[in-house]
Design a protein around this ligand. Structure first.
Ligand code: HEC
Length: 151
């Protein structure tokens, strides 16, 4: 499984036409993750209360999340590191959570009126804490590039 992921990541990066900015060195390792237990506790509780009904208690998503249903909509994807949430920089993950996907023809409700910025940070910290290191590393590189592009 890990080997497969590496192949997938390598293929993705090899197929990328936009080389990362020169200041980003792909060999740089993401800083070691250090989550505060209190933050993970808040994130987990928020997830169980609001998100688990769709994404699963372990953030494992729906088994058939890759396949659109008869209505063209998708079932909730995993957020535990086995899906593709790592393709999205932090800003994009936050936007999906804030705005949901109903307006885009998807199935996820918006949370911006129910959850604070801190709640959303805590939620992301919790589900990212489930990710294997190599998934987190791939996400971190994408996030760094997005941050760099904004400056
Ligand atoms: C009613 C079901 C439902 C609920 C509740 C829900 N989601 Fe989702 N979520 C989805 C679906 C379905 C998608 C896939 C996008 C689409 O097609 O709508 C999704 C996508 C996402 C994504 C993007 C993942 C990716 O791989 O791109 C994130 C992040 C996310 N949800 C986080 C959350 C969080 C955090 C909560 C709780 C605050 C939550 N979701 C609650 C159904 C739900």
């Amino acid at each position: 499984m890990r080997a497969l992921l590496f192949v997938a990541v390598a293929t993705l990066l090899a197929g990328c036409n936009n080389p990362p900015p020169p200041s980003i060195n792909n060999a740089v390792a993401a800083p070691a993750r250090q989550y505060e237990a209190a933050q993970l506790g808040r994130g987990k509780a928020l997830f169980q209360a609001n998100c688990a009904v769709c994404h699963g208690a372990g953030a494992q998503g729906a088994f058939t999340w890759r396949v659109a249903g008869p209505d063209g909509k998708y079932l909730p994807p995993p957020l535990n590191g086995t899906g593709h949430a790592w393709h999205h920089p932090k800003a994009a993950l936050k936007q999906t959570i804030r705005q949901g996907t109903l307006a885009l023809g998807g199935n996820m409700p918006p949370w911006q009126d129910k959850l604070s910025e801190q709640d959303i940070e805590d939620l992301i910290a919790w589900f990212q804490s489930l990710w294997p290191d190599e998934v987190y590393q791939a996400w971190w590189e994408i996030d760094q590039r997005a941050l760099q592009a904004r400056r």
